[in-house]
Design a protein around this ligand. Sequence first.
Ligand code: KDG
Length: 339
Amino acid sequence: MRISFALAGLMAAVASLGFAGLAQAQDFKPRLVRFGYGLVDDSNQGRAVRLFAQEVEKASGGKMKVRAIGNAALGSDTQMQQALIGGAQEIMVGSTATLVGLSQAMAVWDTPFLFANTREADAVLDGPVGEKVKATLEAKGLVGLVYWENGFRNLTNNKRPITRLEDLSDIKLRVMQNNVFIDSFKALGANAVPLPFSELFTALETRAVDGQENPFNTVISSKFYEVQKYLTVSNHVYSPWIVTVSKKWWDQLSEAEKAVLKNAAIKSREFERKDTREEAARALAEIKAKGMRVNELSAAETARMRDKLAAINAGIANSVGQTYWDEVQAAVRQLRSKK
Ligand code: KDG
């Protein structure tokens, strides 16, 4: 009778935990997870990594401890990608643009003026073709969890306000290490200089380059206003970030551990997009208050920029693959037809 009483007590305890509670107890190993990122700790990127860490620790009962490591302390985007592939690091977030060496398909997101707004960006990136492009990473040893928002990119430089395309002609402009960005700014007449993000501030400070292009959020968090005079609102491309996991590490996780990481990634995506947009809405006023001279590229000049950059679209389609190109274009057209 005593044995059956004890059994009844155990069953009641399990019932109170729920089956998952019992499964979690069995399926979680103590793990230290290194989550690397390139921006400073006090940035939209850093805040979202810490939110992800809190969610994972809470959902795993403290068994999975995520250490957020910013400032490119674990290396540049491409160096962290290699560390994930080799299993020396577990998670990172970085630009989709720096993944093109592993998956050419990722370059589709660098297409100038692809998205007109964040509604389109969210719907396409989180929809079927965004999932397909993300899945191309697996063959290269990375598992893509979610896209985050880096944001619409704008121009800064130390020489002059960019009021027309010709103003770019003698500007040494740092771009991400990616042929679409190099070709785009060559087509616009700038001298495109590919550099890792981790070297950008010094390159601006030493005048190795005259300018760069990034969302408002990064101009603030990386203090580019200290080394840049002019900001031109161009919104020439929407940049995603992507959270990726080492496949070597991922494949040894239990289903329960994978579920915790996936759920935390989705929560971090919602948090990051909201946080980034709220910060971006305040950023322009802050950038002006820091002393930068801000101008907006006129509609006519934006149209000229769009026309000039359309010339590289065929090259992008060819390198990413016509299938992905066509599916992305169709997804955007469909969204616009629903307006
Ligand atoms: O780790 C830094 C990356 O997220 C980088 O892609 C940020 O937009 C960026 C840039 O210009 O390099």
